[in-house]
Design a binder for this molecule. Structure first.
Ligand SMILES: NC(=O)c1ccc[n+]([C@@H]2O[C@H](COP(=O)([O-])OP(=O)(O)OC[C@H]3O[C@@H](n4cnc5c(N)ncnc54)[C@H](OP(=O)(O)O)[C@@H]3O)[C@@H](O)[C@H]2O)c1
Length: 400
């Protein structure tokens, strides 16, 4: 019998407790012994909870109990999670977290601490929740050189953009609908400004490219200024607009990374990822292109990954991905990227744009013009647009 403790009893915490009882038989079979939830540490008291006898407000009931060998944390507070993680690792207890903020901010330091104390720190649910992507990256693809990671890793923004495309809603309307359905939080800024995707990308790239990527170094732009017109014009030109988190290794062994709205051609696999779904595509030298698709949020999908981590610890003991021990990796300045640009403007600018970029493509919709430049160094394309005096209402990047 392996005893575990849970910290944080919100959406994901409840999902973990439910999964441990619902699938207890298969979990015991796979882990080789039953896994028992012994304690749940909460921040505030609860009454009438069916697991009342497990609840505690006293941290010592978790960290001071030598019968608890694994701590699962599903807390939405970064500094509290950091404190719990340190305390757990120092007490020689394995730690499983769903907190992307914790790993993107303190991953390197905490992995060192876990190593030092001979325990595991695992975080599969922190990126894309129920989609197994981190472990396949650092285990199944470990013999490959990964060259590119590209994904839709925020379900809230993907739902909003899908609604804007399908229903022609404005950003504000689509956000309101997402909030009514529980897909967006009351304060949606971390999602719509791209911060959530940025932290997930930092974790993915650190693992994919073998050196710690600081999330603060990743240029990040959210979806708040994407309009229904941008989406309609992009559709006419054969593209969908998605919030894409991506990173690629350049031939000079530098990493270009970015989170931003991107026009994706309709025949690209990520263009068909709609609503709250997530997908991550990985390009590797031996395996080729690999796509992971599924539910990137929710109680049950998150719990699936968390309990998978617990079973891995119980069966394999301590395992920490070695990349987290390496130093920070500086990123390529975004201006050095080569790509194409989409411009939304007035139809009166068509001639000027075609003169500047004869190989560009244009489409009209609702009294506006959408124009896609040929590919080139991004900084040069922007400078050419600026100096030609084209009056652009919006400029977005195009997948290249
Ligand atoms: N929701 C998802 O789909 C999802 C998916 C993947 C990852 N995650 C991550 O999982 C974590 C939890 O998300 P959630 O959706 O479950 O959030 P949530 O429903 O808001 O629950 C957060 C929980 O954290 C608890 N908490 C806050 N400070 C605490 C402290 N100092 N000590 C103990 N508990 C504390 C709260 O406790 P009280 O209720 O007692 O106040 C609350 O139950 C976050 O890091 C999130 O980013 C969420």
């Amino acid at each position: 019998m392996k005893n575990i403790a849970l910290i944080g009893y919100g959406v994901v915490g409840h999902g973990v407790a439910d999964l441990l009882s619902r699938n207890a038989d298969i979990i015991a079979k796979r882990a080789g012994e039953p896994i028992r939830l012994k304690r749940i540490l909460t921040a505030r008291p609860r009454t009438d909870d069916p697991r009342q006898e497990l609840l505690t407000l006293n941290e010592d009931d978790v960290f001071g109990d030598c019968g608890v060998s694994v701590v699962v944390e599903c807390v939405n507070d970064l500094e509290a999670a950091y404190r719990y993680c340190r305390r757990s690792l120092l007490a020689g207890k394995h730690y499983v977290t769903s907190n992307k903020n914790l790993i993107a901010t303190y991953g390197m330091e905490l992995t060192e601490l876990a190593d030092h104390n001979g325990v595991a720190l695992m975080f599969e649910a922190s990126v894309a929740a129920g989609i197994p992507v981190l472990r396949p990256l650092y285990k199944c693809l470990s013999s490959n050189h990964v060259t590119e990671v590209m994904g839709i890793v925020n379900g809230t923004t993907n739902y909003i953009l899908t609604q804007m495309k399908r229903e022609g809603r404005s950003f504000a309307d689509a956000l309101k609908r997402a909030q009514e359905l529980g897909y967006a939080e009351t304060d949606p800024s971390a999602d719509v400004l791209g911060f959530d995707a940025c932290r997930k990308l930092a974790i993915l790239l650190s693992i994919a490219f073998g050196r710690y990527v600081r999330y603060g170094d990743i240029p990040t732009e959210g979806v708040t200024t994407v309009t229904a017109s941008d989406i309609a014009l992009a559709e006419r030109l054969g593209y969908s607009i998605k919030l894409i988190a991506m990173g690629k290794l350049t031939p000079s062994d530098r990493v270009y990374a970015r989170v931003s709205p991107l026009l994706i051609p309709h025949d690209h696999l990520l263009a068909s990822v709609e609503d709250v779904f997530n997908a991550v595509s990985i390009s590797a030298d031996m395996a080729g292109d690999v796509l992971f698709y599924g539910r990137g949020a929710g109680a049950a999908p998150s719990a699936s990954s968390i309990v998978g981590d617990v079973i891995d610890i119980v069966t394999n003991g301590r395992y920490n991905d070695p990349i987290w021990r390496e130093d920070y990796r500086p990123l390529l300045p975004v201006d050095e990227n080569v790509g194409a640009l989409f411009v939304r403007t007035s139809p009166s600018e068509r001639e000027k744009l075609l003169k500047l970029f004869p190989e560009g493509t244009a489409a009209d919709e609702g009294g506006e013009l959408g124009f896609i430049t040929p590919p080139g160094p991004e900084a040069e394309l922007r400078e050419a647009l600026r100096t030609s005096g084209v009056q652009s209402d919006a400029t977005w990047r195009v997948f290249f």
